[in-house]
Structure formats: structure tokens, C-alpha cells
Design a protein around this ligand. Sequence first.
Ligand SMILES: [Zn+2]
Length: 79
Amino acid sequence: MARVERKLRTDELETAQTAPHETCIICGEQQEMGIHIGEKYLCLGCERKIVNTEVENKLYRTYVKKMRQIFFPVRQIKS
Ligand SMILES: [Zn+2]
């Protein structure tokens, strides 16, 4: 008996491989590789930059600022 194997359709394969590119919250570019933090998207490049940036570094402060803006968007804090 000849057995007919079911082949993946081309469109199924394409859906699996190419996820819709999302816009990175840091660099603002559409990147294929990245991570989701909540509803936000962070590309792999920026994620690495953050991880590799030293705490004393000015760049780190910039990132932290941006991250704060993302996670705590304009919330009036009474002090
Ligand atoms: Zn990025």
C-alpha cells in the first residue's frame, strides 16, 4: 500500500518562519529577532546592548530612562 505523506503547505511554513516584524521600543526599527516585555517589543540588538552596558555608563542611564518611560508612562507622582 502506498502511503501518501502529508506535506506542509508552503504557506504554513512561511507563517512559521516569518513572524510579523515588530517595532523595537528602543531603536524604533523593525527587527525580526527580539523579545517581548509585556506588550512592548525589544529587538535582540538593543536587549544585548542593555545587558552589556555597564551601570556607570551614560548609555545605560539613557536606556533606563527609556525603559522607565515605557513601563511607567507619564504617571503623575505626588511627592
Ligand atoms: Zn532595537
